[in-house]
Every structure is written in C-alpha cells, then in structure tokens.
Design a protein around this ligand. Structure first.
Ligand code: IPE
Ligand code: IPE
Ligand code: MG
Length: 248
C-alpha cells in the first residue's frame, strides 16, 4: 500500500495509477472446495471481497472498477448454483443502495438485464437512478454479460438506427463504442484475473484491445488490497506503446 501512496508528482497527484481496473472474479468455487464448503459459500465470500476491493479502489483514487460477476455462459451451471448467485446479487444490490447514498458511489450494471428476475431488474434501475446524482468513483458490475453478445447487440442496434436514418451510414470505432453497454466509460487500463486461469472468458472483448493483463493464482475470495497493490506495481512497470515505438 505504501509504495502506491508514495509515488506522487510535484503537484501531489498519484502518478501512473490505472484509471480503470477490470477484474474477472474467479476462483470462488475452488476457494470453498478447499475448505470443504459448498460452492455457494465461495460466492458469499467473493461478494464480500468485492465490497472490500471496491472501497480500496475508491480510496486510492482509481476512477472505474469493472467486475465480471456472471457471464452469459454461467447459465450452464446447476440451477441451484445459479439461483444462489442471483440471490446473492439481489442481496448485494439491495445493500448497495444504502452504501451508494452514504459514500456517493456510482454503480452501473453491464449486460443483458432482461433475462433477470423482476426484483433484480428493479434493483438495477434503482442503483442506476441513484448514480445519476453523483460523480466520482464508479463501480460497474457485469451481469449476464458476454463480450460477443455485447458486440452483436451493438451492431444490430446501430444497423437499425442507420436503417431508420437516425445515424449516418458511416460507422466509426467511436460511434460503435457508444452502442456498447460500456458507452461513456473509458477502456480498462489494467485487467486482473485471479484464480489461476489465463483466458478472457468472453469479458470486455472490444474494450480490452490495449489493456494490460495481470494473472495471479490467488483465488478471488483471498485477493487482498495488497494483491491489488502488487498488480498495480506490475502495471506501472509495463511499457504501453499502443502500437507505436518508444524512442523513434
Ligand atoms: C467465479 O468463481 C464466480 C462466477 C463465475 C459466478 P467460480 O464459481 O467460477 O469459481 P471456480 O472457478 O469454480 O473456482
Ligand atoms: C468467468 O469465470 C466468468 C465470471 C467470473 C463471471 P468462469 O469460471 O465462468 O470462466 P471459465 O469457465 O473458467 O472460462
Ligand atoms: Mg471459474
């Protein structure tokens, strides 16, 4: 923690801090299995950890935190597990309504919410409405989210608008981005995947074009602010060239 806080420029601002961090919350099931607990216990611990890490991100000055909580593929899991995850999400969003008002946190849900229960949908609406009153740190929760699904939806919505003459027929990267769930949110600078796997699993396929990737074997429920500091230190040591050259 100290290392991060010590790196300030002449104006006293933190330097090199990722503006936007994205995390694939993975390893809840294995965390529980290691302790002889049901997988659901891992999801409970994982959602508590999201609270801890989101607060930490806000405190150190990260502007956006985007987490992958439930993918379009996660419906393949046993119905009891899906049900337990949905229940937890409901509980989390319910509590978040109070926390957001207290801490002035903005929250956005990214994904196809139409497949969620009416209770969850109304909580999603509520959190988004509250968010409109604040600026500052924003937490994005990807729920029933798939990168390919997002791209297909954006493409068909744009095509429809173009056919109805609502937009010009020229499609640019900027216009396309404005049709994604993430419209208005800058691309992630740093993508972290705990849990030992080194794959993207259909997360932010468009937005991660130039994100720095960081993998760790630590399971998500065990991932601490100290682990986040480590990831940020590694991020700071990277040379982001965006296709250019450093010293031409
Ligand atoms: C991530 O943990 C949570 C979700 C995908 C909903 P997992 O449930 O995938 O945990 P592991 O990968 O089986 O350990
Ligand atoms: C990715 O984790 C999705 C979320 C964390 C929501 P998974 O556990 O579903 O990914 P795979 O199956 O290992 O690729
Ligand atoms: Mg997993």
């Amino acid at each position: 923690m100290a290392a991060i806080f010590s790196k300030k420029n002449a104006a006293g601002e933190l330097t090199g801090l990722p503006r936007h961090i994205a995390i694939i919350l993975d390893g809840n099931g294995r965390w529980a299995k290691k302790r002889g607990l049901p997988r659901t216990a891992g999801h409970v611990e994982g959602s508590e950890n999201f609270r801890r890490i989101a607060t930490y991100c806000k405190n150190i000055g990260v502007e956006y935190l985007t987490v992958y909580a439930f993918s379009t593929e996660n419906w393949k899991r046993p119905p009891e597990e899906v049900g337990a995850i949905m229940k937890l999400l409901g509980k989390y969003l319910h509590e978040a309504v109070d926390t957001m008002a207290k801490d002035h946190i903005r929250m956005k849900i990214l994904g196809d919410v139409s497949a969620l229960s009416p209770e969850l949908r109304s909580l999603v609406d509520k959190t988004e409405k509250i968010s409109q009153g604040y600026d500052g740190f924003q937490a994005n929760i990807c729920l029933n989210y798939g990168g390919r699904d997002e791209i297909i939806r954006a493409a068909s919505r744009w095509a429809q608008d173009a056919a109805e003459g609502k937009v010009s027929g020229e499609l640019t990267e900027e216009i396309f981005s404005s049709y994604l769930y993430s419209a208005g949110i800058p691309d992630p600078d740093l993508l972290i995947r705990p849990g030992g796997e080194q794959r993207i699993s259909n997360f932010l396929l468009w937005q991660c074009a130039y994100s720095e990737f960081y993998y760790t074997d630590t399971l998500w429920p065990d991932f601490t602010p100290n682990d986040l500091d480590k990831a940020i230190e590694v991020y700071r040591s990277r040379d982001r060239r965006f296709g250019g050259v450093k010293n031409p």
